[in-house]
Ligand binder design. Structure first.
Ligand code: T4K
Length: 377
């Protein structure tokens, strides 16, 4: 029997993909911020209700470019509970990650512990809205304003999540999204930088853009500000017309993809209700995109018992996210983060992807319950 993976990419009908790609092929324009990419950016802004979106080659380089655009240096306050890209990018940018523990209810950075971690070297907060559940954005902004810090949200998981009816991507100086194949919305590889800069717009090739968007555009394209002009160093963070074509098609299915995740959540919730497993708490004013199905077991023993038992049945749950990022081998100052330590050792994400049938979800839920009870008895 074929294995049940933790996730699978959404795959739109192939004819739709090739029809979009044909447009780029016919135009003989395949990359370098072409017309399909611009359409994709406009489509993301329209669907999400965001302001300025720059599509890049992946969600990791999106964080890199965000840090460069905001001139982040020195110490960066961050979460130990996220995918490795959050921390590795800080280190890659030659900054020092300063870890603050997470709130055990949301699994996100605990704002009450941020202030104590601020030093004269701190320039930014890089927080993750883990699994698409928003951080306490108001509390974080208040602290950042009081101390003159930049705020970057690693919003890799956040396509479709809203706070008070507004995209979570509209918070922070910059929010970054991943459009990787395993994400709810994807362009195979891809990322996007959402810029929140209300200052007076500047002109860029006849368009009006915010100064921060202007910097992001320079940074993602080698620093070019004209064929023979450069206004600073840049990198190649562009994405291609082929990726944009797939993104444009997938956007048509966004509502359907999210509804499908919600359907599966319901089935899991029913199957697992009696176990009293911990899931991230979602505030009432939040519309969660339900991009993952994370559950925290009583302890690591229980989580691994369930994981191994599922694996024997060909069901591949994953330890997203383990290890805690402050235990990575290149981290010198791990800080004290017991909540992140508990969550990262005791969590599993259960299979969740477009088209996974109710019957299968119910069966996985029943096996989790059986294994969990077996371990507890
Ligand atoms: N920040 C956060 C918080 C993130 O979660 C991520 C990425 C980033 C930043 C960086 O964004 P990107 O630079 O990636 O755009 C996967 C993804 O590669 C990664 O994008 C994602 N987070 C992370 C949470 O998950 P792996 O190492 O778990 O991927 P892999 O290859 O084990 O695949 C996961 C499952 O999906 C497997 O069961 C196989 C299945 N799969 C995968 C692919 C690629 C398929 O069935 N088909 C496929 O084409 O990292």
């Amino acid at each position: 029997m074929s294995k049940i993976l933790v996730t699978k990419p959404f795959q739109a009908p192939f004819e739709e993909i090739t029809a979009e790609m044909q447009r780029a092929w016919d135009a003989e324009w395949l990359t370098n911020n072409g017309p399909l990419l611009k359409e994709f950016e406009a489509g993301l802004n329209e669907y999400l209700g965001t302001r300025e979106c720059a599509v890049v080659s992946n969600g990791t380089v999106a964080i890199q470019v965000a840090m460069q655009a905001l001139e982040v240096s020195g110490e960066v306050i961050t979460t130990p509970f996220s995918y490795v890209a959050t921390t590795s990018t800080i280190v890659w940018e030659r900054c020092t990650p300063v870890f603050v523990d997470v709130d055990p209810k949301t699994f996100n950075i605990d704002p009450a512990q941020i202030e104590a971690a601020i030093t004269p070297k701190t320039t930014a907060i890089l927080a993750t809205h883990v699994f698409g559940v928003p951080c306490d954005v108001d509390a974080i902004q208040t602290i950042a304003d009081a101390h003159g810090l930049k705020v970057i949200y690693d919003a890799a998981h956040c396509f479709g999540t809203e706070i008070n009816g507004e995209s979570v991507l509209n918070y922070g100086d910059i929010s970054t999204l991943s459009l990787h194949a395993t994400k709810l919305m994807h362009s195979v590889e891809g990322g996007a930088i959402f810029v929140n800069d209300a200052s007076t717009k500047v002109e860029e090739f006849g368009n009006q853009v915010s100064p921060l968007r202007y910097r992001v555009n320079r940074l993602r394209n080698f620093g070019h500000c004209g064929p023979e002009f450069f206004d600073g160093v840049g990198i190649n963070a562009k994405n291609s017309e082929m990726h944009a074509a797939i993104g444009l098609v997938n956007l048509r299915y966004a509502d359907e993809i999210m509804a499908d995740r919600a359907r599966q959540h319901k089935v899991y919730n029913e199957a697992l209700a009696a176990l009293e497993l911990v899931m991230p708490e979602v505030p009432n004013n939040v519309r969660w995109n339900k991009s993952y199905y994370p559950v925290v077991f009583r302890d690591e023993t229980e989580a691994l018992y369930v994981k191994d038992g599922l694996e024997d049945l060909g069901i591949l749950a994953r330890r997203y996210f383990h290890p805690a990022l402050n235990t990575l081998p290149y981290i010198d100052q791990p800080g004290h983060t017991p909540n992140a330590a508990h969550i990262s050792t005791s969590i599993l994400c259960l299979p969740l992807y477009f088209g996974l049938e109710n019957e299968t979800v119910a069966r996985i839920g029943a096996e989790v319950a059986r294994l969990c009870n077996e371990c507890r008895s």
